[in-house]
Structure formats: structure tokens, C-alpha cells
Design a protein around this ligand. Sequence first.
Ligand SMILES: Nc1ncnc2c1ncn2[C@@H]1O[C@H](COP(=O)(O)OP(=O)(O)OP(=O)(O)O)[C@@H](O)[C@H]1O
Length: 303
Amino acid sequence: MNAIETSGLSKLYAPGVGLAPLNLSVAAGEIFGFIGPNGAGKTTAIRTLMGFLRPSGGSGRILGHDVWHERVAVHRRVGYLPGEVHLARDHTARELMGRSCRLRGGASDAYGLDVARRLELRLDARLGTLSKGNRQKVGLTLALMHRPELLVLDEPTDGLDPLVQETVLDLLREAGSEGRTVFLSSHVLSEIERIAGRVGIIRRGELIRVEGVRELKASLPQQVAVGFALPPRVDLMTLDGMSDAVADGLDFWGQWRGSPDMLIRALAGESLASFSLTPSTLEDAFMDEYRSETPRKEGAHVA
Ligand SMILES: Nc1ncnc2c1ncn2[C@@H]1O[C@H](COP(=O)(O)OP(=O)(O)OP(=O)(O)O)[C@@H](O)[C@H]1O
């Protein structure tokens, strides 16, 4: 059974605004990254999946439960981090964790305390006095503490400093290696690239691409930069697989699609001062997707 399965699940706030029919399957044990620019529909999709928004059409199942009709069961089984963490100001993280354990029939807080320690969370501070980043740490601890089989996280590293961001990525990787499923949205493409196996790109309410991170990156050209020590005999521009090439004296830049072997063989008899072949990042893939879009009318983005 897939951890997440949707069939035409949609949420329209107004005609053309919101989430277009979404068909998505996320297998148990996957780390799936959900990426898209501001206003693309990530939070709408996540809140609809969690049963906080009533779907306008279609259906969805989380761990086998209907996302709307069985949302109580979904909430019991999923570790959820909302995009904005709202907490009772007068309580402390320790109190919220205690309450969460009691609600689960006296579940242990041992792992939660470990997560809180790793995130350097101040357990006894009044939540109303905490900074945005520290509130985020509380939200993360509450989402992770019962080792749920599915984590649904809306921008988990938002507002955190780089060291804590690293810790969050470690925690999510660990969840993945324990066979648990992680579905996270992020603007920080480099972090999705480092932990996710697959990504879905959402644009203007529509899921436009779902692909493995490796495949997505492999489909992109690599950036070539060559500095020749002596005038070259080879004309790199004519190589099959080279595009967007520019030569300036002894310097050459271009985009290479193909195996590095071929390029290195072509350069074998040349005298080089420098050579680099830089793999594309998820950021490049994302920008590529966005550059290829045809402009549509502002405000009318969902079919
Ligand atoms: N309650 C609402 N009522 C009407 N329109 C809304 C509502 N919430 C969101 N929208 C609109 O739905 C679209 C998707 O918004 P959503 O917040 O899901 O995007 P997002 O991808 O999460 O954006 P961000 O990255 O900025 O958080 C946007 O056009 C937004 O203005």
C-alpha cells in the first residue's frame, strides 16, 4: 500500500485558484520532495492531504485512510508540521510533549527528548517568548516524537540556522532509513536534492513533473569550462552533445549532454591549463522547468 495516493484530488478557493486535480502516489519508505515557487499550491495540497481543507473534487488516501472522511485517523498516524507553527503561548514544549504522550495512552517521550536535545530546543521556556526558529523546533519535535510511519512537513527548515537545518536533514534521513515515509515541501532545493529520492514540481496549482532526483539531474546538461594552454586542434563546438558554446581565445564554455568519457577523449591530445565539468543541480532543473513555461494570465492558473 502506498503511504499517499490521490486521484484527482483538488481544492479550489475560487475558479482557477488553488490545487488542480492531483494524481500522486508516494510509496511507503520514500522521501518525497514537493517543490514550487510562492503561491504554487504546496500548502494547499498539504492541508488538503491532511484533511484540514475539504477537497473540491477527487479523493485521496493517507496510509489507507480517506483524507477527508477519516481525517481523525490520519491525524493520529501522521507526524505533521504546518507551514506556520501556532502554539499556546503560556505552555512550554515539555508540557506539550507530555500532553501528546498522554493522548497516545502514555507513549514514551524518550525519542522526543532526544530530538529536542539534537535541535537544541529549550524545553522549559514559555512558547510565547520563543523566536520563530525556536517555535519551528517545537513543531518539528512534536511531529517527529512518536516516530510516525509518515511525516508530512511543510517547509521543515524554514527559519532555522544552517547547523539546525543540517540536524533536521539528518533526522529526516534517519526516518527514511528506518523505512518511514517523508513528504516535505521546501523552497530550499539544495536540501531536497540531498535527502529526497523523488521530487514533484508544482506550478500554478498543477503538478507538472514527478521524477527521481538522479533522473532529473541526469536529464540536464553539465557545464563545461576548458582553459587551453596552447591553441586547440579540436573544435569542441562541433562535438555531438555540445550546446550553448562560447569560445574566447584559449577559453571555452559550453553545455555538455552525454558521457564525460567522450569529452575527455576529445581533449586527449590537447594541452590544458584548466578543465571543469560541473553537474547540474536540482536548482538548475527547477529553473529549466520554470523557463520552459508559457506565460498564462495572472490569477487564472488552475484548469
Ligand atoms: N484561504 C485562501 N483563500 C483564497 N485563496 C487562497 C487561500 N490560501 C491560498 N490561496 C491561494 O491559493 C494559491 C496557492 O497558495 P498556497 O499557499 O497553497 O501556495 P504555496 O505553494 O504553499 O506558497 P508559499 O510557498 O508562498 O507558501 C495562491 O494563489 C494563494 O493566493
